[in-house]
Design a protein around this ligand. Structure first.
Ligand code: PRT
Ligand code: ZN
Length: 216
């Protein structure tokens, strides 16, 4: 019998905004993954890598629990979830910002303008951190989606959500007034990889850095 081959287990988004770029990055790194539709995991044919396809929100937890060794996920998710994972590399895609917005035409001088207001968001932890830093008291109303419609239906007077082009805010009559986080997809890892796994990760990171350099 032969010893089992050490593999690195990578968690990426199953479907959504980060999926295609995550698969593309692996391909550009020369790693072949057969991505069967509806598959939960897949193995690379030419690199010691196993890929798990998951909801992005679950990736930090899986990496903290060492069900996956590494993950590709947005910094916004990493910092909201506050799991024990380490960000080791920025991946250069999935760029966006987490911003506060208020109805267009409304006076907004500084974060103090949010005092006593109700803010709708899917990022309660990051919004609370921001309010604490600013010494502002406001009510956070957590909702899981369609945050931009909250002011229009009288649910909140401000929102905090991800923005990329700004067109969603514009279409909902909102203006961006504060950016609380700049985000992009990153490579996360848990502490305590074996020496063999660390060697595979170093090889992968070397290739990712080469791909990034070639794009600049
Ligand atoms: O199913 P699963 O839970 O895995 O996916 P999801 O629906 O939670 O996430 P998904 O696929 O929408 O986004 C995955 C990640 O992409 C996010 O966590 C961010 O790191 C990154 N990303 C980059 C974005 C955006 N850009 C973005 N624009 N995520 C969401 N948006 C949304 C935003 O919430 C808003 O509704 O797009 C709208 C704003 O876009 P603009 O261009 O109109 O400003
Ligand atoms: Zn999600």
């Amino acid at each position: 019998t032969t010893a089992p081959v050490t593999k690195l287990r990578l968690a990426i988004q199953k479907s959504g905004r980060l999926h295609d770029d995550s698969m593309r990055l692996l391909k550009e790194c020369g790693i072949d993954i057969s991505n069967g539709v509806n598959k939960l995991k897949s193995e690379a044919s030419n690199f010691p890598l196993e890929v798990f396809f998951l909801r992005d929100d679950d990736i930090p937890q899986y990496v903290e629990d060492k069900v996956a060794d590494i993950g590709f996920v947005g910094e916004n998710v990493v910092y909201e979830k506050k799991k024990k994972v380490e960000v080791v590399e920025k991946l250069g895609f999935g760029k966006c910002r987490l911003s506060i917005a208020v109805p267009k035409g409304e006076d907004y001088a500084s974060a103090a303008s949010l005092q006593g207001k109700r803010i709708a968001t899917s990022y309660p932890v990051l919004v609370q951190d921001f309010l604490n830093q600013q010494g502002v008291q406001a009510e956070i109303h957590e909702i899981s989606g369609s945050v931009e419609i909250a002011p229009g239906i009288g649910l909140a007077s401000a929102i905090c959500d991800l923005v990329s082009s700004g067109s969603t805010l514009f279409m909902n009559g909102l203006q961006e007034v504060e950016t609380i986080l700049q985000s992009q997809a990153v490579l996360i890892t848990s502490a305590g990889l074996s020496e063999e796994q660390q060697a595979i990760l170093n090889k992968l990171m070397f290739r990712i850095q080469a791909v990034k350099k070639a794009k600049n």
